[in-house]
Design a protein around this ligand. Structure first.
Ligand code: SAM
Length: 421
């Protein structure tokens, strides 16, 4: 076990910081060398560009152990292509200025925001999907001992009331559209609807919101969908009362995770700000007053996931209408992988997102992107080459890169670029 696994608190922020980069040269792909510290299961990590920064990037890419990934509140709720928490922590710790406002324009479940909080950094997150922002909000919340105790009382009360409903066969209406109904057994649907009605009745806004996300964390498990990542239908025998038991258990898990996060945060650890909107329009989404001093983000990997569709079972339970989101999702599998113009479309979408990031980021600041190779019509889209191509067009200059092989012939890249002063 590495020292990082033993202790979730970060080391003091002054010890590991590498010297600031002095070079603005485009990384020369021929000069890549094999990292001596490589532990990647599919081969060696390759690095290029500024020596100190590329070593940080390689460490961050290789530090992605499964245990650390789910530490603190990170593992509370499924989310596709979550960034590894250690990757975020190492990059922020080593490269973000101490007084920085960190921006993650593709926030997802909030990994970067949580790790920024643990390091005492100010952070802002943007995502298209309200589910992502609501989840990131609950996961990055600091909840002290008394508030956790009150939350657990409310959770137990909601659990008891739901159990009574099940025993007394109280009618509850599931607020989901007709085309979604066949994803649950009738009695499960009724029990989940009862749980939801009890959550809606909770008076405290923060507790109610957290309980909604606890419900969201369990609805796929009790549906006929095979798994979060596998949409085919399966038959499951679920006894009455089991969804409520799981709900209560999951709520306890959240409270335990909150306790760990609270302990890991320094006294001063600002609450992240969350903005709903399109990452290609950050100036409007963030408003005129907010400029980032450091960006760490993982945009969608081209043609790999349909993020909006991925959470289809959850939206109705949370009162979210997914229709408007689909059109604005970039890099979606449905648009990039199968469409004849998928690769060009992805290049344009990513170009607009990068240009929008540059618009809201201070000149000279670093933008660190975690990106996997994309895929269109069976052809791999090399994400590193794509970023090097787009960078000069949008006012970024590549500073350093680390690339690790992943399953199949894909690679994952962590690339640092500087906003051209
Ligand atoms: C790779 S995931 C980010 C995962 C995140 N780093 C985490 O650890 O959970 C990409 C995110 O981009 C979001 N997204 C896709 N298109 C977007 C757009 N046009 N504007 C803002 N967010 C978008 C998706 O909703 C998804 O949450």
């Amino acid at each position: 076990m590495s020292p990082r696994d033993d202790d979730e608190r970060p080391p003091p922020r002054t010890t590991k910081r590498p010297p600031k980069s002095t070079t603005h040269e485009v990384p020369d792909r021929d000069k890549r060398r094999t990292s001596l510290t490589s532990t990647a299961p599919w081969g060696s990590t390759m690095v290029a560009g500024d020596d100190a920064i590329s070593e940080v990037l390689a460490d961050a890419l290789e530090a992605a152990t499964p245990e650390a990934r789910d530490a603190l509140t990170h593992g509370f709720h499924a989310y596709p292509a979550r960034m590894h928490s250690e990757t975020a922590r190492i990059v922020l710790h080593a490269l973000a200025p101490e007084d920085a406002i960190v921006l993650d324009p593709f926030t997802g479940s909030g990994t970067v925001l949580i790790e920024a909080r643990v390091l005492g950094l100010r952070a802002a997150g943007v995502d298209l999907n309200p589910l992502a922002l609501r989840l990131a909000g609950v996961k990055s919340r600091r909840v002290g001992q008394h508030a956790r105790a009150r939350f657990l009382e409310t959770l137990e009360r909601v659990g008891d009331l739901s159990e009574e409903r099940v025993q007394n066969r109280v009618a509850s209406l599931a607020p989901i559209p007709r085309y979604e109904v066949s994803w649950w057994d009738g009695h499960v649907l009724k029990e989940l609807a009862g749980l939801r009605e009890e959550i809606v009745a909770v008076e405290d806004d923060d507790e109610r919101e957290a309980l909604f996300l606890v419900l969201s964390a369990i609805v796929v498990k009790f549906s006929r969908q095979r798994a979060d990542t596998a949409v085919e239908k399966v038959e499951r025998r679920i006894r009455k009362g089991l969804p409520t038991e799981f709900f209560v258990r999951k709520g306890h898990e959240l409270a335990d995770r909150w306790a760990r996060l609270d302990q890991a945060c320094p006294d001063v650890s600002p609450e992240p700000r969350l903005f709903r909107g399109d990452a290609r329009d950050l100036r409007n989404v963030l408003g005129p007053g907010l400029h980032a001093d450091f960006v760490l983000t993982s945009p969608p990997y081209g043609g790999t996931y349909d993020y909006v569709d991925h959470h289809a079972r959850r939206y109705a339970w949370l009162g979210i209408d997914p229709r408007s989101m689909r059109a604005s999702e970039i890099g979606a599998r449905r648009n990039v992988s199968e469409a004849a113009d998928g690769a060009e479309r992805w290049e344009t979408e990513l170009g607009f997102a990068l240009s929008s990031i540059v618009e809201v980021t201070r000149p000279g600041a670093l933008v660190v992107l975690l990106m996997g190779d994309g895929e269109s019509k069976g052809e791999r889209i090399d994400a590193d080459a794509q970023l090097e191509r787009l960078a000069p067009e949008v006012g970024l200059e590549p500073v350093a890169i680390a690339s690790s092989p992943r399953a199949g012939d894909r690679r994952e890249h962590l690339m640092a670029l500087r906003v051209v002063p």
